[in-house]
Design a binder for this molecule. Structure first.
Ligand SMILES: [Zn+2]
Length: 422
C-alpha cells in the first residue's frame, strides 16, 4: 500500500487509498503507536521487546474511505485465530434470526446455494444446514475451519478473492446468497475481494454484508474500535461507491444494534431487475449527508473529539486514585487494548483485568502489561470500581457482575463518555 512520491527536495513514502489509489494526506485520527491487540503476553515475555505499529487512520479525500495502512499482513493475523464466533450467545441469536429472514425474503431452499465468507466455526451456516439448504464456508483460519468441518459444514481454508471465485465458478459453483459478516473491514485488497463477490454471485443472487457503521463510530466516540486488524471503516456512501465500481448495486440496508451500531447492506448485480430499491437506502443516504460524510471537515474534526474523550477518561481515573480507591477492568477484547494503550492506562490505574476466556488467564495485556485473571478475582479483592472495556456488552456484563454492588462497587463505562453506574 506504500507509494514513493517525489516531494521537491525529499523523497517521502505515502500510503494510497486501497480503493481508488489517491494519495492519503488527510488524517482521520492518529492513535499513536500500539501493539497488535490480540498479542497477549506470558510472564516471561514482559521484559522483552514488543512490536508496536502506528495506529494512524486516514480519510481519502476523493472517495472518503477511512482506512489504516496494512502494517501487518492478514496471514499473520488470521491464519490461527483465537476468536470463535460460537462463544457469544447474543451473536448466535442475531444470526439465527438473520437466517430465517433470508430464507423467507429470498425463497431459499434445497435448490439454493449459500456461501459465507470468513465463515469462522460455522456459527451461522449451521442454521441453513438445519433447513436442508446447501452451504459452503470460506475461512482462512485453519483451526476454526476445522471445527466447522467437524460439524458437517463444508469449508474451504483460504482467503477469498477473485482468483478463488474464478476457480469455483469454473468448477460449476455459484451463489444465490453470499454473506460477509464483519469481514469487509479486515480485507486489505478490497477491490479484489468485491470483484470476487461479483464473479461468484449468480445472476439474480443476493449479497449481504454487515459492518460497523462509521456514523456511529464518529457520533459515539468509538475510537477504540480502531485496531490493526481493521483496515477500513465504512459509511454507506463509501461502500456504495466501492460496490458500484465492481458492477454491484446496493438495493437495501438495515441498521443493527450489533458492535455499537452496524449496518447490513444488500447488493445484487447492477442489471438485476428483480430487485427494486428499498426506502431505507434513500433515508440512510440523506442521514449520512446531513451528518457530513461527504465533507472533509466531518472527518478532520474527529481527532480533537478523541483527544477530549481521552482527557475526560484520565481526569476521572486520576480523581478516583487520588481518593485512594481501587479500579479493576472487565474484559480484554481488542477494543480494550486500543483504549488502554492510547490513554496510557496501566497498573497505575487498573490493578488487573478479568476475562471469561480461559486462554487469557495468567497472561498480560499487550503494551500495557496489566495482568488478566478469572472473574472470581473480583470477589477476593472487592474493587471500588469496575471499568467495562467491551462497552457494547455493558448490560450483559453489569448483569453478570451485579454482586459488586454488595460492597458498594460501581461500574465505569468509558465510551461514548465516562458514565458511572452504581
Ligand atoms: Zn479513495
Amino acid at each position: 500500500m506504500t507509494d514513493t512520491v517525489l516531494d521537491t527536495n525529499t523523497i517521502i513514502a505515502s500510503p494510497v487509498c486501497r480503493f481508488c489509489g489517491t494519495l492519503l494526506q488527510r488524517t482521520f485520527v492518529d492513535l499513536g503507536m500500539s501493539p497488535l491487540c490480540e498479542s497477549f503476553l506470558n510472564a516471561d515475555q514482559l521484559n522483552g521487546m514488543e512490536p508496536f505499529y502506528p495506529l494512524h487512520t486516514y480519510v481519502c479525500e476523493k472517495c472518503f474511505l477511512v482506512q489504516l495502512e496494512e502494517y501487518v499482513s492478514p496471514e499473520e493475523i488470521f491464519t490461527e485465530y483465537a476468536y470463535f464466533s460460537s462463544y457469544a450467545d447474543s451473536w448466535l441469536e442475531h444470526v439465527r434470526n438473520y437466517t430465517d429472514l433470508m430464507i423467507d425474503r429470498f425463497g431459499l431452499g434445497g435448490h439454493s446455494s449459500v456461501v459465507e465468507l470468513a465463515s469462522n466455526d460455522g456459527y451461522l451456516l449451521q442454521y441453513f444446514v438445519k433447513k436442508g439448504i446447501p452451504v459452503l464456508g470460506v475461512e482462512p483460519a485453519a483451526n476454526v475451519a476445522k471445527v466447522a468441518v467437524e460439524r458437517g459444514i463444508p469449508t474451504l481454508v483460504e482467503f477469498f478473492g477473485s482468483q478463488c471465485a474464478r476457480r469455483l465458478v469454473e468448477e460449476g459453483a455459484g451463489a444465490d446468497l453470499i454473506i460477509g459478516n464483519n469481514v469487509l473491514a479486515q480485507v486489505p485488497d478490497l477491490n479484489d475481494f468485491v470483484e470476487g463477490i461479483k464473479i461468484f454471485l449468480k445472476p439474480t443472487g443476493t449479497v449481504t454484508i454487515e459492518f460497523p457503521h462509521l456514523s456511529r463510530l464518529v457520533e459515539q466516540n468509538q475510537f477504540d474500535t480502531i485496531y490493526h486488524e481493521h483496515f477500513s471503516y465504512f459509511s454507506f456512501f463509501s461502500a456504495e461507491k466501492i460496490f458500484a465500481s465492481h458492477g454491484l448495486r446496493l438495493f437495501d440496508v438495515d441498521e443493527l444494534p450489533t458492535h455499537g451500531g452496524s449496518i447490513r447492506i444488500y447488493a445484487c448485480h447492477q442489471d438485476d431487475d428483480t430487485k427494486s430499491e428499498g426506502g431505507n437506502v434513500k433515508r440512510l443516504k440523506e442521514f449520512e449527508k446531513e451528518e457530513g460524510v461527504t465533507s472533509l471537515a466531518y472527518y478532520e474534526s474527529f481527532g480533537s473529539q478523541v483527544k477530549e474523550t481521552k482527557r475526560k477518561i484520565l481526569s476521572f481515573l486520576i480523581d478516583v486514585k487520588q481518593k485512594g480507591q481501587t479500579i479493576a477492568g472487565y474484559g480484554a477484547p481488542g477494543k480494550g487494548n486500543t483504549l488502554l494503550n492510547y490513554c496510557g492506562i496501566r497498573t497505575d490505574f487498573l490493578d488487573y483485568v478479568v476475562d471469561r476466556n480461559p486462554y487469557k488467564h495468567g497472561k498480560y495485556t499487550p503494551g500495557t502489561h496489566i495482568p488478566i485473571y478469572h472473574p472470581d478475582k473480583m470477589r477476593e479483592t472487592r474493587p471500588d470500581y469496575v471499568m467495562i472495556l467491551p462497552w457494547n456488552l455493558k448490560n450483559e456484563v453489569m448483569g453478570q457482575l451485579s454482586y459488586i454492588r454488595s460492597w458498594g462497587g460501581k461500574f465505569i463505562v468509558p465510551i461514548p463518555e465516562v458514565t458511572i453506574y452504581s
